[in-house]
Design a protein around this ligand. Structure first.
Ligand SMILES: NC(=O)c1ccc[n+]([C@@H]2O[C@H](COP(=O)([O-])OP(=O)(O)OC[C@H]3O[C@@H](n4cnc5c(N)ncnc54)[C@H](O)[C@@H]3O)[C@@H](O)[C@H]2O)c1
Length: 377
């Protein structure tokens, strides 16, 4: 605590300034044995012997409920399981309130843990509740989708949709960690696997050419096999994607720097998702945003067209959408305005300069936008 000398004209003030740099550390553990195997204490060890409130995706409860319940009953003091649907219409304040009510009714203490088990929808919503309940209880993530494993579970963001806007309210709240088991992906629908692949491609295109090449070579096979074959490649891709994302976050965890490579694909996509009333999934909207951004780079002469074509070929191989009718110039303009409000007045549109490298674009003329949309189509 510092006592600051006031400026000369404010001699009668006293100023105390608190400065602190609280450390943030959390682990992402990719288990080597089935996560809910009673003999595998890797998840339980992250929790310790504490009371636990589980917030789980309904579909995950249908598929894995019996093992999940036995595991938590055996290794922790299970206060309850709250199930929620994994769709965007459930990602709202009412669900956060329901989780907080559940926490109160089950007598959750400040030393207890909330565990979010599911995809981004469940983890985002449960994470907000964990950050609010008793001004914050420990939060642990168990991702069960590919986006969950490579993206949501490695960061510190939580949020929910509000007044028709995607993730309009939310918190930065470091979790105590994440425990990931890619065996969950065996039951995930192909469409959601593709969404996860889009988030991995994001990193491949802007900073990891080798990761991009792995997807180029194995993307189709991985989607067809529930991200299980070739097994070593699946592990390698997940590890590379998590590492790359965590490196991006490490130096800018609270996003003070608004020029973020990890925002590639996240400028137009929130507006696009909401405009389709979430008929378009998050990863699909991200994929379309990334391809438009790559097209913008081509029409601006920043990226060569063969690189753009290479990206588009990967999309086609993996079955990712390359265009949707709702992507109009008006929607893009609205998205840019919304983005500027979010990024301190700057657009910071991330565009590739080639596969594995990127830069930022701050504005677009109407004709550049028209040409970029035409190139996509
Ligand atoms: N906080 C962050 O940093 C961050 C990052 C990326 C995305 N997100 C958010 O994540 C959300 C998207 O999350 P998502 O793509 O993980 O999908 P999701 O949570 O929408 O889940 C997709 C579907 O898969 C089902 N499901 C989940 N696990 C399953 C399994 N193992 N087997 C079978 N079905 C399963 C769910 O019921 C749901 O129908 C968006 O709301 C997005 O905004 C947040």
């Amino acid at each position: 605590l510092l006592r600051i000398a006031p400026a000369e004209r404010e001699q009668r003030c006293t100023i105390l300034e608190l400065r602190t740099h609280l450390p943030v550390s959390y682990r992402v553990l990719n288990v080597d044995r089935p996560i809910f195997d009673i003999a595998n204490t890797q998840l339980a060890d992250m929790i310790g012997n504490r009371r636990v409130l589980v917030v789980a995706d309904e579909r995950v409860v249908d598929l894995y409920g019996a093992q999940l319940t036995s595991y938590f009953e055996r290794h922790t003091t299970l206060a309850g399981i709250i199930a929620m649907a994994g769709n965007e219409s459930e990602k709202h304040w009412g669900t956060v309130e329901r989780i907080c009510n559940g926490a109160i009714q089950s007598g959750l203490e400040r030393s207890s843990v909330i565990v979010g088990i599911g995809g981004g929808i469940v983890m985002d919503t449960a994470g907000v509740a964990a950050s609010l309940y008793r001004r914050g209880v420990d939060f642990l993530r168990v991702p069960t989708t590919l986006i969950g494993i490579v993206d949501v579970a490695v960061g510190i963001k939580h949020g929910f949709n509000f007044t028709g806007k995607k993730n309009a309210l939310g918190t930065f709240y470091p979790p105590i960690g994440a425990v990931a088991d890619r065996r969950f992906l065996k039951t995930l629908e192909g469409r959601h696997l593709r969404c996860g692949l889009a988030e991995i491609l994001k990193l491949g295109i802007v900073r990891e050419p080798q990761l991009f090449e792995l997807i180029e070579d194995y993307g189709g096979e991985l989607i067809a096999t529930g991200f299980s074959e070739p097994s070593a490649v699946a592990d390698e891709i997940i590890l590379q994607a998590q590492t790359s994302m965590m490196e991006e976050l490490e130096c800018n965890l609270y996003e003070q720097d608004k020029r973020r490579l990890a925002d590639f694909g996240h400028t137009i996509s929130p507006t696009l998702e909401a405009a389709t009333n979430y008929a378009l999934h998050h990863g699909e909207a991200v994929a379309i945003d990334m391809l438009l951004s790559a097209a913008v780079a081509v029409v601006n002469g920043i990226c060569a067209e063969p690189d753009f074509e290479r990206i588009r070929r990967v999309y086609e191989g993996a079955g990712l959408p390359v265009y949707v009718e709702s992507l109009t110039p008006d929607l893009v303009r609205t998205a840019f305005e919304e983005t500027r409000r979010h990024r301190g007045g700057a657009l910071n549109l991330v565009v590739p300069t080639r596969v594995g490298n990127a830069t930022f674009v701050q504005d677009l003329t109407a004709s550049q936008l028209r040409n970029a949309l035409a190139l996509m189509r």
